[in-house]
Write a protein that binds this ligand. Structure first.
Ligand code: ADP
Length: 258
């Protein structure tokens, strides 16, 4: 076999071009592999509810006509599973589309946090959502209001869902010369160290069975991370199992793009 490696002097122009080309190929390869992994994970996630529905359709076909209990239960479960599939597909579409979102108007995030809190208080009436308003209300971030609402809705609803009822969740803000920081603190079940870095991965769930019953797909935080990164921000979590978690979202201030 011939050795096809071309030796080059990294300092000349051809050397630089080869470097650029090699790094482009590496990026392409890794993005292709990520896509393949995504398709594999997505298919696996969709298979589970389809198998459940398939099983119940078979039951209905055999017994459903004669047995009202089977009819009721199988229809109920099938509907729930189909709904879950719908949510999953919507979320996957969101992830696929998200990468192209360019529109980033300034949004006053405090206003939108208030709206989301109202919405979640109706869904979880026993939860206590404490909102510590900033001294000055101008908290403008370059992000669409939809994207921001989706981020805060996901983080807050996780904080409530992964807490024993009645949940106590606290939202607070900080403004530095360069950034706006949003903190969401809960006193819930927390996340063990071996899971904490993985929770932003697509389809990752600490306890897949329990979470599935709570209606979770494991996509929420990966969507949150993508939306925040599209707005040039970042998200981190500090957590202790059994004690609770604090999610910190950092958004650069408006003049970042000037
Ligand atoms: P899901 O739809 O499963 O909630 P997410 O992507 O939103 O998906 O979250 C991924 C996993 O991270 C969850 O399944 C859960 O195990 C863990 N998690 C997220 N938020 C919290 C939280 N506030 N407290 C404890 N665990 C959490």
């Amino acid at each position: 076999e011939k050795d096809l490696t071309i030796s080059y002097d990294a300092k000349d122009e051809i050397g630089e071009l080869i470097d650029v080309y090699a790094s482009m190929m590496a990026k392409l390869k890794s993005s292709f592999e990520q896509q393949q992994q995504f398709i594999a994970d997505a298919s696996h996630e969709l298979r589970t509810p389809i198998q459940v529905v398939e099983g119940h359709l078979a039951l209905l076909n055999r017994w459903g006509k004669y047995d009202p209990v089977v009819l009721d239960e199988s229809l109920g479960i099938s509907l729930r599973e189909v709904n879950q599939m719908k949510t999953l597909i919507d979320e996957m579409l969101e992830l696929a589309r998200g990468e192209q979102i360019k529109e980033r108007p300034p949004t006053n995030i405090v206003e939108y946090t208030i709206e989301v809190i109202k919405e979640l208080s109706q869904i979880h009436p026993s939860a206590y959502i404490e909102h510590i308003l900033p001294a000055r209300m101008e908290m403008e971030v370059l992000i669409s209001s939809n994207a921001y609402q989706q981020i805060i809705r996901n983080i807050l609803s996780n904080a409530i869902r992964y807490s024993k009822s009645p949940a106590h969740v606290c939202i607070s803000y900080k403004k530095t010369p360069l950034e706006i920081i949003v903190n969401v603190k809960d006193h819930g079940i927390g996340i063990a160290p071996q899971h904490v870095l993985k929770i932003f991965d697509r389809f990752y769930r600490v306890d897949p069975v329990r979470t599935r019953n709570l209606g979770g797909s494991g996509l929420g935080l990966s969507i949150v991370k993508m939306l925040i990164e599209n707005a040039s921000g970042s998200i981190h979590v500090i957590s202790e199992e059994g004690k609770g978690s604090t999610f910190t979202m950092v958004f650069p201030l408006l003049f970042e793009d000037l």
